[in-house]
Design a protein around this ligand. Structure first.
Ligand code: HEC
Ligand code: HEC
Ligand code: HEC
Length: 282
Protein backbone atom coordinates (compact mmCIF):
# COMPACT_ATOMS: atom_id res chain seq x y z
CA UNK A 1 0.00 0.00 0.00
CA UNK A 2 1.34 3.42 -0.84
CA UNK A 3 1.93 5.91 1.92
CA UNK A 4 -0.69 8.21 0.39
CA UNK A 5 -3.53 5.72 0.15
CA UNK A 6 -2.69 4.54 3.64
CA UNK A 7 -2.91 8.12 4.81
CA UNK A 8 -6.34 8.59 3.27
CA UNK A 9 -7.70 5.45 4.85
CA UNK A 10 -6.42 6.15 8.29
CA UNK A 11 -6.48 9.92 8.10
CA UNK A 12 -9.62 10.36 10.15
CA UNK A 13 -8.50 7.86 12.74
CA UNK A 14 -5.19 9.57 13.26
CA UNK A 15 -6.22 13.18 12.88
CA UNK A 16 -5.95 13.82 16.60
CA UNK A 17 -2.64 12.05 16.99
CA UNK A 18 -1.10 13.85 14.05
CA UNK A 19 -2.13 17.25 15.37
CA UNK A 20 -0.57 16.56 18.73
CA UNK A 21 2.57 15.31 17.04
CA UNK A 22 2.96 18.39 14.86
CA UNK A 23 2.55 20.64 17.87
CA UNK A 24 5.44 18.95 19.59
CA UNK A 25 7.55 18.65 16.50
CA UNK A 26 10.52 20.33 18.11
CA UNK A 27 10.54 18.20 21.25
CA UNK A 28 13.45 15.91 20.55
CA UNK A 29 13.08 12.37 21.75
CA UNK A 30 15.44 9.45 22.13
CA UNK A 31 14.63 6.42 20.00
CA UNK A 32 15.63 2.75 20.32
CA UNK A 33 17.42 3.05 16.98
CA UNK A 34 19.18 -0.32 17.18
CA UNK A 35 15.76 -1.97 17.26
CA UNK A 36 14.14 0.35 14.74
CA UNK A 37 16.86 0.53 12.08
CA UNK A 38 16.30 -3.00 10.73
CA UNK A 39 12.55 -2.29 10.45
CA UNK A 40 13.15 0.77 8.29
CA UNK A 41 15.29 -0.61 5.52
CA UNK A 42 14.65 0.05 1.87
CA UNK A 43 13.93 3.62 0.85
CA UNK A 44 11.41 6.17 1.93
CA UNK A 45 8.36 3.97 1.28
CA UNK A 46 7.21 0.56 2.32
CA UNK A 47 9.14 0.08 5.55
CA UNK A 48 8.24 -3.04 7.55
CA UNK A 49 7.31 -1.09 10.67
CA UNK A 50 5.13 1.40 8.80
CA UNK A 51 3.36 -1.38 6.92
CA UNK A 52 2.69 -3.24 10.18
CA UNK A 53 1.20 -0.06 11.69
CA UNK A 54 -0.99 0.61 8.66
CA UNK A 55 -2.29 -2.95 8.89
CA UNK A 56 -2.90 -2.47 12.62
CA UNK A 57 -4.97 0.62 11.86
CA UNK A 58 -7.07 -1.23 9.30
CA UNK A 59 -7.70 -4.17 11.59
CA UNK A 60 -8.54 -1.93 14.52
CA UNK A 61 -11.03 -0.05 12.35
CA UNK A 62 -12.74 -3.30 11.35
CA UNK A 63 -12.73 -4.66 14.90
CA UNK A 64 -14.01 -1.59 16.72
CA UNK A 65 -16.68 -0.91 14.10
CA UNK A 66 -17.99 -4.47 14.38
CA UNK A 67 -17.79 -4.34 18.19
CA UNK A 68 -19.97 -1.24 18.23
CA UNK A 69 -22.52 -2.87 15.94
CA UNK A 70 -24.69 -5.68 17.25
CA UNK A 71 -22.89 -8.27 15.18
CA UNK A 72 -21.15 -10.52 17.67
CA UNK A 73 -19.80 -13.11 15.26
CA UNK A 74 -18.18 -10.49 12.98
CA UNK A 75 -16.84 -8.69 16.05
CA UNK A 76 -15.35 -11.89 17.48
CA UNK A 77 -13.48 -12.69 14.26
CA UNK A 78 -12.34 -9.09 13.69
CA UNK A 79 -11.14 -8.71 17.28
CA UNK A 80 -9.13 -11.90 16.99
CA UNK A 81 -7.45 -10.62 13.84
CA UNK A 82 -6.78 -7.24 15.47
CA UNK A 83 -5.30 -8.94 18.53
CA UNK A 84 -2.93 -11.00 16.36
CA UNK A 85 -1.62 -7.93 14.59
CA UNK A 86 -1.38 -6.07 17.92
CA UNK A 87 0.78 -8.85 19.34
CA UNK A 88 2.92 -8.92 16.20
CA UNK A 89 3.51 -5.15 16.23
CA UNK A 90 4.21 -5.02 19.96
CA UNK A 91 6.96 -7.61 19.53
CA UNK A 92 8.71 -5.63 16.77
CA UNK A 93 10.34 -3.10 19.11
CA UNK A 94 11.04 -4.73 22.49
CA UNK A 95 11.77 -1.37 24.18
CA UNK A 96 8.23 -0.22 23.40
CA UNK A 97 6.40 -3.35 24.51
CA UNK A 98 5.02 -1.56 27.56
CA UNK A 99 3.07 0.79 25.29
CA UNK A 100 0.81 -2.07 24.21
CA UNK A 101 -1.83 -3.45 26.53
CA UNK A 102 -3.79 -6.50 25.41
CA UNK A 103 -5.95 -6.25 28.55
CA UNK A 104 -8.09 -3.56 26.91
CA UNK A 105 -8.74 -5.82 23.93
CA UNK A 106 -9.69 -8.58 26.41
CA UNK A 107 -12.16 -6.18 27.96
CA UNK A 108 -13.71 -5.34 24.63
CA UNK A 109 -14.03 -9.03 23.76
CA UNK A 110 -15.64 -9.63 27.14
CA UNK A 111 -18.04 -6.73 26.65
CA UNK A 112 -19.07 -7.99 23.20
CA UNK A 113 -19.57 -11.55 24.51
CA UNK A 114 -21.58 -10.28 27.48
CA UNK A 115 -23.71 -8.04 25.22
CA UNK A 116 -22.67 -5.00 27.24
CA UNK A 117 -24.51 -1.79 26.36
CA UNK A 118 -23.24 0.47 23.61
CA UNK A 119 -21.91 3.16 25.98
CA UNK A 120 -19.76 0.60 27.77
CA UNK A 121 -18.34 -0.77 24.52
CA UNK A 122 -17.68 2.76 23.26
CA UNK A 123 -15.76 3.64 26.42
CA UNK A 124 -13.46 0.66 25.94
CA UNK A 125 -12.93 1.49 22.26
CA UNK A 126 -11.97 5.04 23.24
CA UNK A 127 -9.37 3.68 25.67
CA UNK A 128 -7.83 1.56 22.94
CA UNK A 129 -7.71 4.54 20.56
CA UNK A 130 -6.13 6.72 23.23
CA UNK A 131 -3.33 4.21 23.77
CA UNK A 132 -2.46 4.51 20.06
CA UNK A 133 -2.55 8.31 20.14
CA UNK A 134 -0.40 8.52 23.28
CA UNK A 135 2.43 6.63 21.64
CA UNK A 136 2.03 8.47 18.32
CA UNK A 137 2.17 11.83 20.08
CA UNK A 138 5.49 10.88 21.59
CA UNK A 139 7.23 8.85 18.89
CA UNK A 140 5.65 9.24 15.48
CA UNK A 141 7.35 12.47 14.54
CA UNK A 142 10.84 11.51 15.76
CA UNK A 143 10.53 8.22 13.86
CA UNK A 144 9.41 10.00 10.69
CA UNK A 145 12.14 12.61 11.04
CA UNK A 146 14.75 9.90 11.21
CA UNK A 147 13.46 7.43 8.68
CA UNK A 148 11.11 9.20 6.32
CA UNK A 149 12.48 12.70 5.83
CA UNK A 150 15.70 12.14 3.98
CA UNK A 151 18.98 12.88 5.70
CA UNK A 152 20.01 16.54 6.03
CA UNK A 153 23.56 15.56 6.95
CA UNK A 154 24.12 13.79 3.64
CA UNK A 155 22.36 16.45 1.53
CA UNK A 156 25.49 18.01 0.02
CA UNK A 157 26.77 19.64 -3.18
CA UNK A 158 30.29 19.67 -4.60
CA UNK A 159 32.28 22.57 -3.08
CA UNK A 160 34.21 25.16 -5.13
CA UNK A 161 37.59 23.91 -3.92
CA UNK A 162 36.87 20.18 -4.08
CA UNK A 163 35.22 18.16 -1.32
CA UNK A 164 31.62 18.86 -0.58
CA UNK A 165 29.52 21.60 0.92
CA UNK A 166 27.08 20.39 3.55
CA UNK A 167 23.57 21.73 3.99
CA UNK A 168 24.60 23.03 7.40
CA UNK A 169 27.67 24.89 6.12
CA UNK A 170 25.63 26.36 3.30
CA UNK A 171 23.17 27.74 5.85
CA UNK A 172 25.92 29.26 7.96
CA UNK A 173 27.34 30.88 4.80
CA UNK A 174 23.93 32.30 3.87
CA UNK A 175 23.45 33.82 7.31
CA UNK A 176 27.00 35.16 7.46
CA UNK A 177 26.83 36.72 4.00
CA UNK A 178 23.49 38.39 4.63
CA UNK A 179 24.87 39.80 7.89
CA UNK A 180 28.02 40.92 6.12
CA UNK A 181 26.10 42.78 3.40
CA UNK A 182 24.17 44.78 5.96
CA UNK A 183 27.25 45.37 8.15
CA UNK A 184 29.26 46.64 5.18
CA UNK A 185 26.47 48.94 4.04
CA UNK A 186 26.20 50.38 7.54
CA UNK A 187 29.96 50.97 7.53
CA UNK A 188 29.67 52.65 4.13
CA UNK A 189 31.89 49.98 2.52
CA UNK A 190 29.87 49.31 -0.62
CA UNK A 191 32.67 47.45 -2.44
CA UNK A 192 32.92 44.92 0.40
CA UNK A 193 29.14 44.69 0.50
CA UNK A 194 29.15 43.79 -3.19
CA UNK A 195 31.64 40.97 -2.59
CA UNK A 196 29.47 39.59 0.24
CA UNK A 197 26.38 39.99 -1.94
CA UNK A 198 27.95 37.96 -4.71
CA UNK A 199 28.71 35.13 -2.26
CA UNK A 200 25.21 35.37 -0.87
CA UNK A 201 23.65 34.95 -4.32
CA UNK A 202 25.98 32.09 -5.15
CA UNK A 203 25.01 30.28 -1.97
CA UNK A 204 21.32 30.96 -2.51
CA UNK A 205 21.61 29.42 -5.99
CA UNK A 206 23.45 26.42 -4.57
CA UNK A 207 20.68 25.90 -2.02
CA UNK A 208 18.22 25.25 -4.86
CA UNK A 209 20.35 22.34 -6.03
CA UNK A 210 19.86 20.67 -2.66
CA UNK A 211 16.10 20.39 -2.84
CA UNK A 212 16.25 17.46 -5.28
CA UNK A 213 18.02 15.42 -2.61
CA UNK A 214 14.57 14.93 -1.12
CA UNK A 215 11.96 16.44 -3.46
CA UNK A 216 11.19 14.83 -6.80
CA UNK A 217 8.97 17.72 -7.85
CA UNK A 218 10.16 21.34 -7.81
CA UNK A 219 8.77 23.28 -4.85
CA UNK A 220 7.05 26.67 -5.13
CA UNK A 221 7.90 28.22 -1.79
CA UNK A 222 10.96 29.57 0.02
CA UNK A 223 13.15 30.06 -3.05
CA UNK A 224 10.61 31.37 -5.54
CA UNK A 225 10.69 34.48 -7.72
CA UNK A 226 9.13 36.65 -4.98
CA UNK A 227 12.06 35.99 -2.69
CA UNK A 228 14.57 36.36 -5.47
CA UNK A 229 13.13 39.70 -6.57
CA UNK A 230 13.96 41.04 -3.08
CA UNK A 231 17.50 39.78 -3.36
CA UNK A 232 17.88 41.32 -6.85
CA UNK A 233 16.66 44.63 -5.45
CA UNK A 234 19.41 44.50 -2.83
CA UNK A 235 21.84 44.00 -5.72
CA UNK A 236 20.31 47.00 -7.51
CA UNK A 237 20.76 49.24 -4.47
CA UNK A 238 24.37 48.15 -4.15
CA UNK A 239 25.07 48.89 -7.83
CA UNK A 240 23.67 52.39 -7.28
CA UNK A 241 26.02 52.72 -4.32
CA UNK A 242 23.14 53.21 -1.90
CA UNK A 243 24.63 53.83 1.57
CA UNK A 244 21.49 54.26 3.61
CA UNK A 245 20.98 51.00 5.52
CA UNK A 246 17.32 51.88 5.96
CA UNK A 247 16.78 51.43 2.21
CA UNK A 248 17.72 47.77 2.58
CA UNK A 249 15.80 46.97 5.75
CA UNK A 250 12.45 45.95 4.23
CA UNK A 251 14.21 43.81 1.65
CA UNK A 252 16.17 41.89 4.28
CA UNK A 253 13.04 41.49 6.40
CA UNK A 254 11.13 40.15 3.39
CA UNK A 255 13.82 37.59 2.66
CA UNK A 256 13.68 36.44 6.26
CA UNK A 257 9.92 36.26 6.32
CA UNK A 258 9.42 34.66 2.90
CA UNK A 259 12.36 32.30 2.79
CA UNK A 260 14.50 31.67 5.86
CA UNK A 261 11.94 31.55 8.64
CA UNK A 262 9.06 29.63 7.04
CA UNK A 263 11.48 27.12 5.53
CA UNK A 264 13.00 26.64 8.98
CA UNK A 265 9.58 26.07 10.46
CA UNK A 266 8.95 23.29 7.96
CA UNK A 267 12.35 21.58 7.85
CA UNK A 268 14.23 22.36 11.06
CA UNK A 269 12.31 20.15 13.48
CA UNK A 270 13.17 17.11 11.35
CA UNK A 271 16.74 18.25 10.70
CA UNK A 272 17.41 18.91 14.37
CA UNK A 273 15.75 15.68 15.50
CA UNK A 274 18.25 13.93 13.23
CA UNK A 275 21.10 16.02 14.66
CA UNK A 276 19.89 15.27 18.19
CA UNK A 277 20.09 11.51 17.55
CA UNK A 278 23.55 11.91 16.01
CA UNK A 279 24.71 13.90 19.06
CA UNK A 280 23.35 11.21 21.38
CA UNK A 281 25.57 8.67 19.60
CA UNK A 282 28.78 10.70 19.91
C1 HEC B 1 4.92 1.92 20.54
C2 HEC B 1 4.33 3.09 20.00
C3 HEC B 1 3.09 2.93 19.13
C4 HEC B 1 1.87 2.38 19.48
C5 HEC B 1 1.44 1.82 20.83
C6 HEC B 1 1.05 2.48 18.30
N1 HEC B 1 1.75 3.05 17.27
FE1 HEC B 1 1.06 3.36 15.39
N2 HEC B 1 2.84 4.22 14.88
C7 HEC B 1 3.92 4.36 15.72
C8 HEC B 1 4.99 5.01 15.01
C9 HEC B 1 6.36 5.32 15.57
C10 HEC B 1 4.50 5.28 13.72
C11 HEC B 1 5.24 5.99 12.56
C12 HEC B 1 5.74 4.99 11.59
C13 HEC B 1 6.14 5.64 10.29
O1 HEC B 1 5.71 6.74 10.02
O2 HEC B 1 6.87 5.01 9.52
C14 HEC B 1 3.15 4.78 13.68
C15 HEC B 1 2.34 4.84 12.56
C16 HEC B 1 1.05 4.39 12.51
C17 HEC B 1 0.20 4.45 11.34
C18 HEC B 1 0.60 5.08 10.00
C19 HEC B 1 0.27 6.55 10.05
C20 HEC B 1 0.91 7.45 9.02
O3 HEC B 1 0.30 8.49 8.74
O4 HEC B 1 2.00 7.17 8.52
C21 HEC B 1 -1.00 3.87 11.67
C22 HEC B 1 -2.21 3.69 10.79
C23 HEC B 1 -0.90 3.44 13.06
N3 HEC B 1 0.36 3.77 13.52
C24 HEC B 1 -1.90 2.79 13.77
C25 HEC B 1 -1.83 2.47 15.12
C26 HEC B 1 -2.94 1.94 15.89
C27 HEC B 1 -4.33 1.69 15.37
C28 HEC B 1 -2.47 1.74 17.15
C29 HEC B 1 -3.20 1.28 18.37
C30 HEC B 1 -3.98 0.07 18.28
C31 HEC B 1 -1.07 2.12 17.15
N4 HEC B 1 -0.72 2.56 15.92
C32 HEC B 1 -0.26 2.04 18.26
C33 HEC B 1 4.00 3.96 17.03
C34 HEC B 1 3.00 3.35 17.74
C1 HEC C 1 16.77 16.36 3.61
C2 HEC C 1 15.53 16.39 2.88
C3 HEC C 1 14.98 17.71 2.37
C4 HEC C 1 15.66 18.73 1.75
C5 HEC C 1 17.14 18.84 1.43
C6 HEC C 1 14.63 19.70 1.39
N1 HEC C 1 13.41 19.28 1.81
FE1 HEC C 1 11.64 20.31 1.65
N2 HEC C 1 10.69 18.87 2.73
C7 HEC C 1 11.22 17.63 3.03
C8 HEC C 1 10.18 16.79 3.56
C9 HEC C 1 10.33 15.34 3.98
C10 HEC C 1 8.99 17.55 3.57
C11 HEC C 1 7.59 17.14 4.08
C12 HEC C 1 6.95 16.11 3.20
C13 HEC C 1 6.93 16.46 1.76
O1 HEC C 1 6.43 17.53 1.39
O2 HEC C 1 7.50 15.69 0.98
C14 HEC C 1 9.34 18.86 3.03
C15 HEC C 1 8.45 19.89 2.84
C16 HEC C 1 8.69 21.01 2.05
C17 HEC C 1 7.70 22.02 1.72
C18 HEC C 1 6.27 22.10 2.23
C19 HEC C 1 5.37 21.05 1.71
C20 HEC C 1 5.49 20.80 0.26
O3 HEC C 1 5.74 19.62 -0.07
O4 HEC C 1 5.39 21.73 -0.56
C21 HEC C 1 8.32 22.91 0.87
C22 HEC C 1 7.69 24.11 0.21
C23 HEC C 1 9.70 22.49 0.74
N3 HEC C 1 9.89 21.33 1.49
C24 HEC C 1 10.64 23.15 -0.02
C25 HEC C 1 11.97 22.79 -0.08
C26 HEC C 1 12.96 23.53 -0.84
C27 HEC C 1 12.66 24.77 -1.67
C28 HEC C 1 14.16 22.90 -0.64
C29 HEC C 1 15.51 23.27 -1.20
C30 HEC C 1 15.91 24.65 -1.08
C31 HEC C 1 13.92 21.76 0.25
N4 HEC C 1 12.59 21.73 0.54
C32 HEC C 1 14.90 20.89 0.70
C33 HEC C 1 12.55 17.27 2.93
C34 HEC C 1 13.56 18.06 2.40
C1 HEC D 1 15.17 24.78 2.28
C2 HEC D 1 14.73 25.43 3.45
C3 HEC D 1 15.63 26.50 4.05
C4 HEC D 1 15.81 27.79 3.62
C5 HEC D 1 15.17 28.47 2.42
C6 HEC D 1 16.71 28.39 4.54
N1 HEC D 1 17.09 27.49 5.50
FE1 HEC D 1 18.44 27.81 6.99
N2 HEC D 1 18.24 25.89 7.60
C7 HEC D 1 17.38 24.95 7.04
C8 HEC D 1 17.51 23.70 7.77
C9 HEC D 1 16.78 22.41 7.46
C10 HEC D 1 18.46 23.93 8.78
C11 HEC D 1 18.94 22.91 9.84
C12 HEC D 1 19.91 21.95 9.22
C13 HEC D 1 21.34 22.20 9.54
O1 HEC D 1 21.74 23.32 9.89
O2 HEC D 1 22.10 21.25 9.38
C14 HEC D 1 18.90 25.29 8.64
C15 HEC D 1 19.86 25.90 9.45
C16 HEC D 1 20.22 27.22 9.39
C17 HEC D 1 21.18 27.84 10.26
C18 HEC D 1 21.96 27.13 11.36
C19 HEC D 1 21.23 27.20 12.66
C20 HEC D 1 21.99 26.54 13.77
O3 HEC D 1 21.54 26.69 14.91
O4 HEC D 1 22.97 25.83 13.55
C21 HEC D 1 21.27 29.15 9.88
C22 HEC D 1 22.15 30.21 10.51
C23 HEC D 1 20.37 29.35 8.78
N3 HEC D 1 19.75 28.15 8.50
C24 HEC D 1 20.19 30.55 8.11
C25 HEC D 1 19.34 30.72 7.01
C26 HEC D 1 19.13 31.99 6.35
C27 HEC D 1 19.77 33.30 6.75
C28 HEC D 1 18.26 31.74 5.33
C29 HEC D 1 17.64 32.74 4.35
C30 HEC D 1 18.51 33.54 3.59
C31 HEC D 1 17.95 30.33 5.36
N4 HEC D 1 18.62 29.74 6.39
C32 HEC D 1 17.11 29.72 4.47
C33 HEC D 1 16.55 25.15 5.96
C34 HEC D 1 16.45 26.31 5.23
Amino acid sequence: MSRESGRLLVGALLAVGVLVTTGRASAQTELPTAELDPLFKGGKEGHAYTRAMLELGMRMGAATTAALRDDRERARVALKSFREQYAMVSALVPSWKGQFRTSTIDELEGAVAARADLATRRRIVTRIERSCTACHAKYMFPVQARYRWGDFASATVPADKGGSLTFHQLMLDLANNIGAVRGDVEAGQIADAQVAYKLLMERFGTMELLCVNCHDQPRQYFIDSNVKSRLYKVGGLLRRGEKSAAEYTTLFNDVNEMSCMPCHQVHMPAAFQQEFLREAKR
